[in-house]
Design a protein around this ligand. Structure first.
Ligand code: MG
Length: 376
């Protein structure tokens, strides 16, 4: 029985993780649940799964809320390090999960990571902590999970990985049309149902650049060996090419529960009747297109920031989080996301030594700068 802590349990990935746990109650025990502001849903989850610990950002203001007996508030950093915790599912958004993730790695825990921003900000540090403390990072994102699955059982190194991208909500728009798109339109993802931030990141392809950065660190893959191709059907989740030219693809209907379940049970696979199955006849055409740089200017600057390292990927992530937040509040336009991020990166200084303190400091600076740029 695996002891699980879920950080971000009320978000999209958190809820789907609990759906898997609900389907296999004999395999897991929920040690702790952490949420941001959705205290009501957290209460429901606590009543169903009976964790020993919970954490909720908005709890102190509602401390008259009565949690069941035997369930105590505990900071995320402490619940991930608890002796009963075997695996931590990091499904938080943005940088909230950074400190607890590093803490979990330092305690040698398995970390199922859905919050790719953590690797964007602190990829080198996270990999180092994992190595030093015998911890493992299991990708929960569908593309890195696909690469991970394709690499199973191979003794030879991959010669190339090909990450697929749906192209997001605006694949068929012209660059001119993008100026006036609304948050509502940006949130209509053609193939995936996800949280708001990542759905907008899919429309700008920022999310895809994050996945390239994530794959670079998780699989120790040189930048020049990572390609991205538009695949509108989201059936092939990514591909790996080997030295003999053979290419393995991992396929399946777009449903996050599969990569979540794969990470939870790794190295075993289990049958789950509630997951959708692939039907070749109903998916007669799987197509590919090149990524059109004019349509997705965020992709290139994000990738450059990732390659440059130091303070750049941290500033990238912070500026994107600020810009997407403002776009969702209809305070800036869709194309302003690129403007805010690129101008923040232009102003960034390459001074960050990669320590958690300097990561947090850079993040704080970049958020403030991005807000100023957005307001200008
Ligand atoms: Mg993904």
């Amino acid at each position: 029985v695996k002891g699980i802590v879920i950080l971000g349990s009320t978000g999209s990935i958190g809820q789907q993780t609990l759906a898997i746990i609900r389907a296999f109650p004999q395999c897991f025990t929920v040690v702790g649940l952490a949420a941001g502001n959705n205290l009501n849903l957290l209460m429901q989850q606590v009543n169903e799964f009976r964790p020993r610990f919970f954490s909720c950002l908005s709890y102190p203001e509602h401390s008259n809320t009565v949690f069941p007996d035997g369930c105590f508030p505990m900071p995320m950093e402490e619940m991930v390090a608890h002796t009963d915790t075997d695996m931590v599912v990091v499904a938080t958004m943005g940088m909230t999960g950074l400190r607890p993730t590093l803490e979990a790695l330092r305690h040698g825990k398995s970390v199922a990571l859905a919050n790719k921003e953590i690797i964007v900000m602190a990829g080198q540090l996270a990999m180092l902590e994992a190595k030093q403390h015998g911890a493992t990072i299991l990708p929960v994102d569908s593309e890195p999970s696909a690469i991970w699955q394709c690499l199973q059982g191979e003794d030879s190194e991959a010669s190339r990985v090909i990450i697929t991208a749906s192209g997001g909500a605006f694949r068929n728009r012209s660059p001119e049309e993008l100026a006036n798109v609304t948050p509502e339109e940006a949130l209509k993802h053609p193939t995936w149902h996800m949280g708001k931030k990542i759905t907008v990141d899919s429309a700008t392809l920022m999310n895809k650049a994050f996945e390239v950065i994530e794959s670079h660190w998780l699989f120790d893959m040189p930048w020049e060996k990572i390609d991205v191709v538009i695949h509108p059907q989201s059936i092939i989740h990514s591909m790996v090419e080997f030295c003999d030219g053979s290419v393995k693809a991992q396929m399946g209907p777009p449903d996050m529960r599969l990569p979540i379940q794969y990470a939870l049970f790794h190295p075993k696979r289990v049958s789950n009747p509630s997951l959708p199955r692939f039907d070749a006849i109903r998916n007669p055409s799987l197509t590919f297109e090149p990524l059109e740089p004019k349509l997705y200017p965020c992709f290139d600057i994000a990738l450059e920031a990732g390659k440059a390292g130091g303070s750049y990927p941290i500033s990238l992530n912070a500026a994107d989080e600020v810009a997407v937040g403002l776009f969702l509040q209809e305070r800036i336009g869709f194309l302003d996301i690129y403007r805010v991020v690129s101008q923040t990166l232009d102003a960034a200084q390459p001074t960050c030594d990669g320590s958690p303190e300097s990561i947090l400091e850079t993040d704080k600076w970049a958020r403030a700068r991005a807000r100023e740029i957005a307001a200008a």
